[in-house]
Design a protein around this ligand. Sequence first.
Ligand code: NAD
Length: 246
Amino acid sequence: MRLEGKVAIISGGARGMGAAEARMFAREGAKVMIGDLLEEEGNKVAAEIGEAGGEALFVRLDVTDESSWQSAVEAAVERFGKVDILVNNAAILRVQGLLETTEEIWDEVMDVNAKGTFLGTKSVIAEMRKAGGGSIINISSGAGITGSERNTAYHASKGAVRIFTKAAAIQYAGENIRVNSVHPGPIETDMLASSTSVEGGRRPEDIPLGRYGRPEEVAYGVLYLASDESSFVTGSEVIIDGGRTA
Ligand code: NAD
């Protein structure tokens, strides 16, 4: 198993891609802590993992709040003894162009997507040092590489996640803490449904492979970065988008 003996925290793991990553990580031998605002859904994913023979714990986490992160990391260490892997996956999407983006929308999106990633990374460094290293995977987006007429604040937040990843990677490479970003294209989740329900959203025919992706297709890439198979990969960006940004 590719994550045997590892402990992973996945933010936003109650549904969508985060839940797919939690299930896959547990199948590969990791002990998984799911942190999310959605308690019912998060507990359900953790219970399903347990029924399938894996180990998982749900903790209520608000990624915009540093004390919430500290409690979540403490809970993971108390239950599983250490932290080896963090997936900063939680995010929100707001589908406004520049002039429609209010200051409130900008702050809300930057808070969850950019600040949440910063706070999550900051909160696991001490534990990863104790563990002798670690792997942090920041879920950015194709929207962190290219722009569009929509989602102005989302583009800015995902671009911030991309470069934050490289800055953290350089800073912690000497301590064997690797930091990489993943850039999904349109993937079939609730978030995509909220985007495609508004006119102008990406259609399957806009994507070279001719379809939306599935959460598992991103989870395989995240698994690679989480595992020791990617031991020489840091500050890198893995694009999983059916060719959309090609
Ligand atoms: P989703 O909306 O299905 O899941 C996001 C999860 O994050 C939810 O469970 C939500 O409750 C949680 N969350 C939101 N705010 C939070 C907060 N403050 N604290 C804790 N948890 C919070 O989305 P998804 O499609 O699974 O997206 C996962 C990641 O992939 C996100 O970073 C998203 O930006 C990125 N992404 C998605 C797509 C896509 O097409 N679905 C494309 C590119 C990138």
